[in-house]
Each structure stands twice: as C-alpha cells, then as structure tokens.
Design a binder for this molecule. Structure first.
Ligand SMILES: Cc1ncc(COP(=O)(O)O)c(C=O)c1O
Length: 325
C-alpha cells in the first residue's frame, strides 16, 4: 500500500465470535468490529489512505461530500495531516454529525436533500486550483484502503476460509475494496452477501435492471447508504463475482440494531443494521435452505461497519417513525 512509510490512520480491529448471532444463524458468526475505528466506521481505512496519498501530491484543500461517516473520516484524516477540510453534507445529516465535523476543524456546508445533491456541490467547490475532491466511495485508492480489512481477516483466520462475508452497500466502495482484497488473499470464490435497505437499494436495482440505475430518491432512513447510483466498479464485481444482493426494509434494519444492543452491547447506525439484518431476518438460513450457500460452510464474517449517526434518542425516533414502539 502506498505511501508505505506512513502509518495508517485506521486501527486493526478485532474479529470476535458472537454466540448469540451464531445460534441464530446456525453457524459460527464472527464480527469484524469496524465500529470501533476512529470516527466509528470502516470509512477511515479507505478515506484515510486516500487523504494521505493526496497530501503527498501538494493539494492544500480537501473537499468531501458525505452522508456523515465518510466526511468524519476525511475530517479526521485532514486534522491529522494539518490540512483544511470542507465537508458537504445533505440536509438529512444530523446536527450531531455536523458538530462532530466542526470539532475536527472542518468547514461544513449543508446542501440539498440527498447525498447526490451535496456531491454535485462538492465537485463545484473543487474547481479552485489546489483543491481536490474526495469521493466517499468511488476511487481505486479508497478501495485499496478498504481492502486492508481483508488482510486482517486473513491474519486472524489463519488457514480457515470464511464461508461468506456479509456487508452493507451504499455507493459500493466497501464492497469493491473487499472484493479486491479477497482476490489478493485467494478468496475469490468466497461469496459476499451485499445488504441494502429498500429506498437506498441502488445496487439491487441495477442488478435487477441489468444496467446502472439511478434511484429517483432516497426514501430509506439509512441515509449513509443513500447514494442514488452504485459505483461502476461495485456493479461490475456484483455481476462477475459470487455476490448475493439482498434488500431489507427500514423496520428490519432498525429492529436489528436494537437487538444488537441487547445481544452485543453495541449501538450502530441503521446502515449497519442492514448487514445485521442478514442474520436477524433469517437470510443466512434461507440461503442455505435454498442451496445458495453451502451447508455446512466456514464462518459467517459479519462486517460491523458501524456509523456515528446514532444515539439512544435517535434509535427511539427511528422506532417511532417506523411504528415500532
Ligand atoms: C456505516 C456505514 N456502513 C456502510 C456504508 C456503505 O459504504 P459504501 O458507500 O462504501 O458502500 C456507509 C457509507 O457511508 C456507512 O457510513
């Protein structure tokens, strides 16, 4: 990984067995705890790596569009690098995230209803010389950073091969990085379950349509999965590789995060709840029964992608909004 002499901003995260999730899934479930990364999500792997690389190219101003977590990663990285960051977020991004960004020294601009609107504005801001656009998910260097997660898995698992990886998909950066890492460690044949919420299901819609699709709007509460179009590379991999696309509704994602608090004592965003719902909503067992996943197989590796846009009162608000009380 370039630049090799620089320490990365992300940490090596634990891979921890969940007895409760293992019982539910009927097979070992190992959680890759990306929620304990600096700024609370996996995003620091790719975005941190990309910002480090860009800083060596003489850019003096970084502009990142984000639903929240990529922006936090970019602001954190820029803070460490001593460089100014502008983070453009949509109106749906919570005030708590805006404050966290500001505490990291970032300029925050709130623009448009969805991430795509904020992104268009971020592109405009980078027309100034010295400025550089930092995508939240769509760059090979970002995928390279995300692929470090797989190298850690390989180290933790030794000679064991995972049966399946479970991951949430927004713009598809994490998915693309995982696929690239898996090819490098010789796990090309290991299936990946790509989880999205309905209303932020740009990958699933594209696979159904057989071509890239732009969703008319983001209606899911999992705003951090809210890219209207999945990145080309993720779509390409989803077509070529063993990737199983599944959607859950917001209620399933929110129920999953609530159960996860009880079962694992960790609070994550509904975006991450989409991945958790692969187990809580019974998809692993269903796929095994349908013969789409081998039985018995190696452990299920659940990427607990995390997310900072959540608190106990927000969880309560989500539940009220969705009639889950
Ligand atoms: C917590 C969380 N999980 C998953 C994702 C999806 O990642 P990607 O956009 O790389 O698909 C995001 C994106 O912001 C996120 O914040």
């Amino acid at each position: 990984m370039e630049p090799s002499h620089v320490d990365p901003f992300h940490i090596v995260t634990p891979l921890k067995k969940s007895p409760v999730l293992s019982t539910l899934a009927g097979t070992d479930v190992l959680m890759k705890l990306e929620n304990i990364q600096p700024m609370g999500s996996f995003k620091i792997r790719g975005i941190g790596h990309y910002c480090q690389m860009l800083s060596t190219k003489g850019y003096t101003k970084f502009v990142c569009s984000s639903g929240g977590n990529a922006g936090l990663a970019a602001a954190y990285a820029c803070n460490k690098l001593g460089l100014p960051a502008t983070i453009v977020v949509p109106e749906s991004t919570g005030q708590d995230i805006v404050q966290k960004l500001q505490k990291l020294g970032a300029d925050v601009i709130v623009k448009g209803k969805a991430w795509d609107d904020a992104d268009a504005h971020a592109h405009q801001l980078t027309e100034v010389p010295g400025s550089v656009y930092v995508s939240p998910f769509n760059h090979p260097v970002i995928w390279e950073g995300h692929s470090t997660l797989v190298y850690e898995l390989k180290n933790s698992l030794g000679s064991q091969t995972p049966g399946v990886l479970v991951v949430a998909v927004g713009g598809g950066g994490l998915l693309a990085g995982l696929v690239e890492g898996m090819v490098k460690v010789g796990w090309s044949d290991v299936p990946i379950i790509a989880m999205e919420t309905i209303g932020a299901h740009c990958l699933n819609a594209a696979l159904q349509a057989g071509k890239a699709v732009t969703l008319p709007e983001i209606t899911s509460i999992a705003k951090c999965l809210g890219a209207k179009t999945v990145c080309e590379r993720a779509l390409q991999y989803a077509r070529e590789k063993n990737i199983i696309s599944i959607t859950v509704d917001d209620r399933e994602a929110v129920r999953a995060i609530e159960k996860f608090v009880d079962d694992e004592l960790m609070l994550v965003e509904p975006s991450c709840g989409a991945a958790l719902a692969a187990i809580y909503s019974g998809h692993i067992q269903r796929l095994q029964q349908e013969g789409k996943l081998q039985t018995p197989h190696g452990p299920v590796v659940l990427i607990v992608c995390g997310g900072s846009g959540i608190s106990l009162s927000q969880l309560q608000d989500f539940k009220s909004q969705l009639g889950l009380n």
